[in-house]
Design a binder for this molecule. Structure first.
Ligand SMILES: [Zn+2]
Length: 305
């Protein structure tokens, strides 16, 4: 199983969730062992910002990277797409301090990256294999990674709200690129109307609308088109976690279990794992068959729509 980058550079323009302003986003192929790096195209001579859990500085609403005073915010949905597609090396250039929100899910990024196409590189893909359980906990919330031959994500939320059905607050993803695209990538972020109104008063979430989030008032879902999945809320939490966990620097071999976790706790888990080399091993696979994770073969990746 070799490393992957994209075949050609590709660009898109979206809206910043907080600024409400247009944001340009570009993806560029990168050489082997580069990893995922961000760059601010609006700052002349800005240093590349590696997608590293240790650069996450604030996790209030999203996962935000800060390096040498330069910030790139709301990276999690894009990183979820990058992780889901199994991309190892990529430069992401962005013209503002936040990644555009698109439709509030990872699907537009997936579509764009599929359009760019992929190429296999002359170096083995490195995985981080969890070799002993690591768990972090704050109040009643927790997140853990345990040894597992593959990558599985289990998530449970606990919202006591008439619009969030009690039967659909737990979800599981057996990770493969196919499962990611079909079951997870289009799950949108969500917000409560009263929180959005409060954010706006502080000049935040100015770009937030029902075009890029599921919006809920005290009684119901306000989006006319309803939900994309019965359990879209918890699926989105898994989507977020996949992006947050990719800041560990490698695709993961392990089982992720979480209860009411969020960006802060996901980040705490990654840092806890990396803090002790006895928690993990870096492994490679000489061929695709022996790799316990299934990525779409390059020749089967097609663009839909
Ligand atoms: Zn999210």
């Amino acid at each position: 199983m070799n490393q992957r980058t994209i075949k050609t550079a590709i660009a898109v323009t979206g809206t910043g969730l907080h600024s409400g302003q247009p944001v340009d986003l570009e993806f560029h192929p990168q050489p082997i062992n580069t990893g995922i790096i961000f760059e601010r195209s609006d700052i002349v001579g800005s240093e590349p910002i590696p997608a590293s859990a240790f650069l996450v500085q604030d996790t209030m609403m999203s996962s935000n990277l800060v390096f040498g005073g330069t910030r790139v915010g709301t990276v999690e949905h894009l990183l979820s797409a990058v992780a889901g597609l199994g991309i190892d090396n990529l430069l992401i250039r962005v013209s503002a301090s936040e990644i555009p929100i698109m439709d509030g899910s990872a699907a537009p990024f997936v579509g764009l990256l599929l359009q760019a196409g992929f190429c296999e590189q002359e170096a083995l893909k490195r995985f981080i294999k969890i070799v002993r359980p690591v768990r972090v906990k704050v109040d009643d919330k927790w997140a853990e990674l345990r040894p597992y031959n593959g990558f599985e994500l289990n998530f449970e939320i606990d919202f006591d709200h008439p619009a969030i059905n009690k039967d659909f607050q737990h979800a599981q993803l057996q990770f493969s690129t196919q499962n990611f695209i079909e079951q997870l990538s289009s799950a949108r972020t969500f917000g409560f109307l009263r929180d959005i109104e409060a954010l706006r008063q502080n000049n935040l979430a100015l770009g937030g609308s029902m075009d890029n989030a599921i919006v809920i008032d005290d009684a119901s879902i306000l989006n006319e088109e309803g939900l994309r999945f019965h359990d879209e809320f918890v699926r989105h939490k898994i989507l977020d976690a996949l992006g947050d966990l990719y800041l560990i620097g490698y695709p993961i071999l392990g089982r992720f279990n979480a209860y009411k976790s969020g960006h802060a706790l996901n980040n705490m888990l990654v840092r806890e794992i990396l803090s002790d080399p006895n928690n993990f091993e870096i492994v490679t696979f000489d061929d695709n068959v022996s790799c316990p994770i299934e990525y779409l073969p390059l020749n089967r990746i097609t663009v839909e729509g």
